[in-house]
Design a protein around this ligand. Structure first.
Ligand code: SF4
Length: 475
């Protein structure tokens, strides 16, 4: 348990984000006096912020940062910076992202460029003002540059997301809306009926709009049986005009067979994702994936035989029991298969995951080791002709690292870029769907949420449709 006190400001989330970086997977409790154990104090007086760290009531460290201007961004920066200085004196761990805690680092650079800042000024601000390492700055700058053209071309178009929240089993680290089919198979038909209703309802909103991308994600959409999958794809093409990118996550190899891959191809799906996460069988078993390396390779090869020309593969760095050697084996195997893109995640220990509940049972790599594994992966993918084209960060990631999408030239996933840069409206359907409406004149964003639970979604589908009516003039 880590306690914290706020004086002169109420930026609770910013302080908790900093505490999480140094003391992950703890409980963070707001208090008004120093407590047993660690108590962190953040005091802001309008000119500077001073942070103190107490252990059992005794002052251990402190850090100060001065305000450079009156903006809210600057206030946030100095609150984070003073906390960082105090916490780093107490626990000297490597923080390549410095005090940057946001989930969209590349978007931050884009915004700085839009404000007219030069590349030199952006670099100085990030590396000196936010203490971002040179290598992370280079990564975010490269991603931002790569995203520019896509965002420009996507303006005025829309994206569609459709969620299928079922999976064969639940992976150890999963925090998504994913219902194991063993318990929920009887709800699939009702879910598809509700989803079809929502798809048809959205016809009026997409009329006359250019759809840049359709993304069917989850869960694992290919958990549906052949008939259900066909039915879903027919409903999609019955409502939406598919001229652009059309992705289906075929995430778990244990849900795939030749027939399903044929169905995807026949319905003009032009990007699929088959995700091994790792190609070490003992880790796959440990993380509850219910498939092995051979099943992944077979699924990948069948997808190629059936004509799938863009296959993405997701992997996770920092899985329990995986060091550099294990990751290298996975990467080498993937490079041999030569997918068009590889999305490299860093393990995040999420509150809703089984991993979080049983964390003490596992050995996870430390921050320095992780940094080495990330660097090795990036170098190997560069050698394989890939470059980073999108990225995001999550809270509670091992070492506060990042997730990066790498691809061969011309193989970026447009949907992934648009969702990160937030310049395009994305209509989201299905349980857990979060529609994002962007006003391109003002850059304001309005969100419409569907309920997460499958049962609620089925039972309250008419309410979901009503929610969609609100605010749709922005689409
Ligand atoms: S395949 Fe993905 S969505 Fe399904 S349980 Fe595993 S991590 Fe969760």
């Amino acid at each position: 348990m880590i306690y914290y006190i706020l004086n002169g400001h109420d930026r609770k989330d910013d302080i908790v984000s900093m505490l999480m970086m140094f003391y992950p997977n703890e409980k963070y409790v707001l208090t008004d006096k120093t407590e047993e154990g660690l108590t962190f104090v953040s005091s802001y007086d309008g000119k500077c912020c001073v942070s103190y760290l107490y252990e059992n009531g005794k002052l251990k460290t402190e850090g100060t940062a001065d305000l450079r201007n009156e903006s809210d961004t600057e206030k946030k920066r100095i609150i984070g910076l003073s906390a960082y200085i105090a916490l780093k004196k107490h626990k000297d761990i490597y923080m390549p992202w410095g005090i940057l805690t946001g989930v969209r680092p590349a978007k931050l650079i884009t915004e700085m460029r839009e404000k007219g800042m030069t590349e030199e000024a952006i670099k100085k601000e990030l590396t000196e003002g936010y203490l971002v390492s040179e290598s992370k700055y280079s990564l975010m700058s490269a991603v931002s540059r790569s995203e520019e053209e896509i965002v420009q071309n996507g303006k005025g178009k829309i994206g569609i997301y459709i969620g299928i929240p079922f999976c064969p089993t639940r992976c150890l680290y999963c925090s998504f809306t994913a219902y194991p089919l063993k318990q929920y198979h009887s709800r699939v038909e009702d879910y598809l009926c509700a989803l079809e209703k929502e798809i048809k309802f959205c016809a009026k909103y997409v009329k006359g709009k250019e759809i840049e991308s359709i993304y069917i994600g989850g869960g694992t959409p290919t958990s549906l049986n052949e008939e259900q999958l066909e039915r879903l794809l027919e409903a999609v093409e019955g409502t939406f005009t598919i001229n652009g990118e059309y992705t289906v996550e075929a995430g778990r190899p244990d849900t795939l067979n030749r027939q399903k891959l044929k169905i995807l191809k026949a319905h003009n799906v032009n990007r699929i994702s088959i995700n091994p996460q790792t190609l070490n069988d003992s880790t796959l078993e440990l993380i509850g994936r219910a498939h092995n390396k051979k099943m992944f390779i077979d699924a990948f090869n069948i997808a190629r035989e059936e004509g799938h020309e863009h296959i993405n593969t997701d992997i996770i760095l920092g899985l329990p029991s995986e060091g550099e050697d294990e990751v290298r084996r996975t990467i080498e195997e993937l490079c041999r298969l030569s997918p068009e893109s590889i999305t490299v995640h860093t393990l995040a220990v999420k509150r809703a995951s089984r991993l979080k509940e049983t964390l003490e049972k596992y050995e996870l790599p430390d921050v320095r080791k992780m940094d080495g594994i990330i660097t090795m992966t990036a170098e190997r993918l560069k050698e394989a002709g890939m470059y980073p084209y999108y990225m995001y960060r999550q809270k509670n990631m091992v070492g506060n690292f990042e997730n990066v999408g790498y691809c061969k030239p011309g193989c970026q996933c447009l949907y992934n870029v648009e969702i990160m840069e937030e310049k395009q409206s994305i209509l989201a359907l299905g349980a857990g769907g979060s529609t994002k409406l962007v006003n391109n004149q003002t850059n304001e964003i309005r969100r419409i949420f569907n309920v997460k639970s499958v049962t609620d979604y089925i039972e309250r589908i008419d309410e979901m449709l009503q929610r969609k009516e609100v605010g749709m003039e922005w689409l």
